[in-house]
Write a protein that binds this ligand. Structure first.
Ligand SMILES: Cc1cc2nc3c(=O)[nH]c(=O)nc-3n(C[C@H](O)[C@H](O)[C@H](O)COP(=O)(O)O)c2cc1C
Ligand code: SF4
Ligand code: SF4
Length: 248
């Protein structure tokens, strides 16, 4: 079973590429979290989590969801983390999660994909995004083949900065940065409700035809990047920035 969580489509793309090679079934963690569904899951041949990197670790909401769900079957587990730049020392925290879940840990792959965090950074334009994805395609194939063949993924070497980012910056990031107060709809909003439907945490409600954010956000960027008329801003940070959506 290949499970993925995604804000803007990168992780879904990678999950589908893996499925082409391993022939496993695929499941959206977004849908499970949105439906508050923590029912048990049959793992099949492989259990693979494909997730974006949030502050040098797996997304906290995914970690919390995994802890609540019972996985029945093969407890050998792979993680595939896509990132704009680095997953840091995420492996340390994944191993500890695997210990708690009694999973047999098979490794984590770091896959570079286009940056989507437009609340803080620029995202690449379409041509550059395609180049980044094309560059990673061979690695995605290799990771999928290793998963299919039951080969353990090799660990990356860890620097001091990786330990600081995953260990110290990550909790500060959630405490200080991950808030939704700065989101607002502009006059371009046509009231289509796409943002409301896209939010995995049901944090957006339409009120008088406009979205309202309700304080339970994980900064996945699905609402702001998925708006068909680019009518969502995040303070003045996002103004003029490319909205990223995986075109593959
Ligand atoms: C809240 C947030 C935090 C992020 N933190 C990191 C990070 O620590 N390191 C990194 O290289 N990329 C980081 N990124 C970039 C994403 O991990 C990357 O663009 C990923 O491929 C997005 O996947 P998705 O399209 O499936 O959501 C962050 C993005 C977001 C939205
Ligand atoms: S997706 Fe955009 S246009 Fe649609 S309701 Fe949300 S803000 Fe408005
Ligand atoms: S409010 Fe927007 S950024 Fe926050 S979790 Fe929902 S879709 Fe993601």
């Amino acid at each position: 079973m290949i499970l993925y969580f995604t804000g803007t489509g990168n992780s879904r793309y990678i999950a589908k590429r893996i499925v082409e090679i391993t022939k496993d079934s695929i499941l959206s963690i977004n849908e499970r979290i949105k439906e508050n569904d923590t029912s048990s899951i049959e793992t099949g041949k492989h259990l693979v989590f494909v997730v974006p990197t949030y502050a040098w670790r797996i997304p906290r909401l995914v970690q919390e969801w995994i802890l609540k769900v019972e996985f029945i079957g093969n407890p050998s587990v792979y993680f595939v983390m896509d990132c704009g730049d680095s997953i840091g020392n995420a492996e340390k925290y994944i191993k500890s999660l695997c210990d708690q879940k009694k999973f047999s840990y098979m490794g984590v792959a770091e896959i570079i994909m286009p940056e989507n965090y437009i609340a803080l950074y620029d995202a690449p334009k379409e041509k550059e995004s395609r180049r980044i994805i094309d560059n990673s395609d061979q690695q995605i194939t290799k990771v999928a083949e290793d998963i299919r063949d039951g080969i353990r993924l090799r660990s990356k070497s860890i620097q001091t900065m990786d330990k600081i980012n995953s260990g110290i910056v990550n909790p500060l990031f959630y405490r200080l940065i991950v808030k939704d107060k700065k989101f607002y709809p502009t006059n371009q909003c046509v009231g289509c409700s796409k943002c409301e439907n896209a939010c995995p945490l049901n944090n957006i409600q339409m009120e008088s035809g406009k979205p309202r954010w309700n304080g339970k956000c994980t900064h996945c960027m699905a609402c702001i990047c998925g708006c068909p008329v680019e009518a969502i801003e995040y303070g003045n940070k996002s103004v003029g920035r490319v909205r990223y959506w995986c075109a593959k």
